[in-house]
Write a protein of this length. Structure first.
Length: 169
């Protein structure tokens, strides 16, 4: 039997056994294998309200870590998700407010392409799947979010300026 082929995710660098035919996302820059892990994490969050409390932070972190290529949808996605990461990580905003914040952010689209950091964080979606309780899950997602936000440090001032414009500050 031939050994399993591994593939590296272009967003987070996670190496996983290849899953030929696995689906991917049209503009999130993840390998199909990593995208499948993200699906497992989302399923866990949707099945348990205690895990769901950080769902928006999970989505924001994953999207920022997997920016895709320079095109309109990716640019807007990364901009929105980085703005929310900034508010949660730096200002202790409640992740449950993420959807409301996103609606406010898109009312004034000012985004442009931000060159993704390399590496784009050290933690990945795989690091959150080992959590055995809602508290461990929350802590793992927050650590992952902080790690990804820190990786984007070169762009923090740009993201903060977008926030100022969107929030009218």
């Amino acid at each position: 039997m031939a050994p399993a082929t591994e593939t590296a995710c272009p967003g987070c660098g996670l190496e996983l056994a290849a899953r030929p035919g696995a689906p991917s996302h049209p503009y999130i820059g993840a390998s199909p294998e990593c995208w499948a892990l993200f699906g497992e994490l989302l399923a866990r969050e949707y099945q348990d309200p205690a895990y769901f409390r950080v769902h928006q932070l999970t989505v924001d972190t994953y999207a920022a870590q997997h920016p895709g290529v320079r095109e309109r949808r990716s640019i807007q996605s990364v901009g929105l998700h980085l703005m929310t990461l900034c508010m949660v990580v730096e200002d202790d905003a409640d992740p449950l407010q993420g959807p409301k914040l996103h609606k406010r952010f898109v009312s004034r689209p000012v985004f442009h392409w931000l060159e993704p950091p390399q590496p784009n964080g050290r933690l990945t979606v795989a690091d959150t799947l080992g959590a055995n309780s809602p508290e461990e899950h929350r802590d793992a997602v927050h650590a992952w979010a902080r790690d990804v936000w820190d990786a984007w440090a070169i762009h923090h001032q740009t993201v903060r300026s977008w926030l100022e414009g969107a929030l009218g500050e």
